[in-house]
Design a protein around this ligand. Structure first.
Ligand SMILES: [Zn+2]
Ligand SMILES: [Zn+2]
Length: 360
């Protein structure tokens, strides 16, 4: 069997492998030859990575923008936190996985020692370490990860679609946090992978009207139209309100979900929020946002934050991906070899591509 041969190579510890790494706390990334992972610890597995997505976080880490200073202590470190693969080696204490199992990796490793971890609230661990950020990740042929971070992948799912699971759980959590209801009108700000996933789960939640806005983002808005979302808006050269007005789209929404990370848009979004509406923020904002809270109070509105999804969301999202593979596959605009990663990063940064999958 072909996969046996591929897995067999993983046992040759004298060989090196290509890895995309962050070497120092300054702008830049490097393709390096590194040794293959050592034998896994008792509760770890070594995964042969089949697909790993480049995400906005990776672009920020590459450019070394504010917010990732803690990563310096882990360098040099192999990046990549959105990946799928096959189990290649098992630690001696691992009983619920087998060699060859297809898995997707939850990138957040909990400490098992803090008060939250010790009281059954590991989801809220205060000292979690991100795979691909604080420890070696999936931009390499092999990655060593805790077995408990592996989630089984349904047979119906391709490797590239499986590697979309992590960002799609972030999208699902945003829609859950927003409390999207049957018949709602929903405005989504930010047409990247997270926004695209939010559009899909907003539709699945029964929203009546879904509008997605981006700024100078033609390619990713086109991806959304390819997925069947007709109401897209590019606000280049105009404001959100004026753009909606010009396009004949609604100027009031029950739910607005922000996935752009642009502080100035928070006030613009509140201005378009219905009475008792909910604005959910899931973009990472480099600076504080100014909002008129008196209007928020008088209109009885809410602002909510949304971030990482709980474990229970993962199988649900994997099931969604398996059932809607053809439609979701529009989100993946390129699959390229790991050796071509630097050029792929440049294309991702220019937003000419939606999700780019690296094949280590
Ligand atoms: Zn990501
Ligand atoms: Zn903990």
């Amino acid at each position: 069997m072909g996969s046996e041969i591929a897995l067999g190579r993983a046992f040759d510890r004298d060989r090196g492998m290509l890895a995309l790494r962050k070497l120092a706390p300054e702008p830049g990334i490097a393709l390096c030859e590194v040794p293959e992972p050592a034998a896994p610890g008792p509760d770890d597995v070594v995964v042969a990575v089949t697909a790993a997505g480049i995400c906005g976080t990776d672009l920020h880490i590459a450019d070394w923008t504010a917010g990732y200073a803690a990563m310096a202590q882990a360098m040099p470190v192999t990046m990549g936190h959105e990946f799928a693969g096959r189990v290649a080696r098992l630690g001696e204490g691992v009983s619920d996985l087998r060699r060859g199992d297809r898995v997707v990796i939850r990138p957040s490793v909990v400490c098992g020692q803090c008060e939250r971890c010790c009281t059954g609230q590991a989801e809220d661990c205060v000292t979690r370490r991100g795979i691909g950020i604080m420890r070696d990740g999936g931009f390499a042929a092999l990655a060593c990860v805790p077995a408990e971070n592996c989630v089984p992948v349904p047979d119906a799912l391709t490797d590239a679609l499986a590697a979309l699971t992590e960002p799609m759980t972030v999208s699902a959590e945003a829609v859950d946090t927003a409390g999207v209801r049957q018949g709602d009108s929903v405005l989504i700000i930010g047409p990247g992978t997270i926004g695209q996933g939010i559009a899909l789960f907003t539709e699945a939640a029964g929203a009546d009207r879904i509008v997605i806005a981006g700024h100078d983002d033609a390619a990713r808005l086109a991806t959304l139209r390819d997925m069947g979302f007709a109401d897209t808006l590019d606000t280049v050269g105009t404001s959100l309100r004026k753009g909606l007005e010009r396009a004949g789209l609604p100027l009031s929404y029950d739910r607005i979900i922000e996935a752009a990370g642009v502080p100035a848009l928070v006030g613009e979004a509140l201005d378009l929020l219905a009475l008792r509406g909910v604005l959910t923020i899931c973009g990472i904002h480099a600076k504080p946002a100014a909002v008129d809270l008196t209007i928020l109070v008088r209109r009885h509105q809410q602002i909510r934050g949304s971030y990482r999804a709980p474990l229970a969301t993962w199988p649900r999202v994997l099931g969604y991906l398996a059932a809607h593979g053809a439609r979701v596959s529009h989100m993946i605009t390129e699959e390229v070899a790991l050796a071509e990663a630097p050029a792929a990063f440049a294309r991702a940064k220019s937003r000419s591509a939606s999700k780019i999958m690296l094949r280590p």
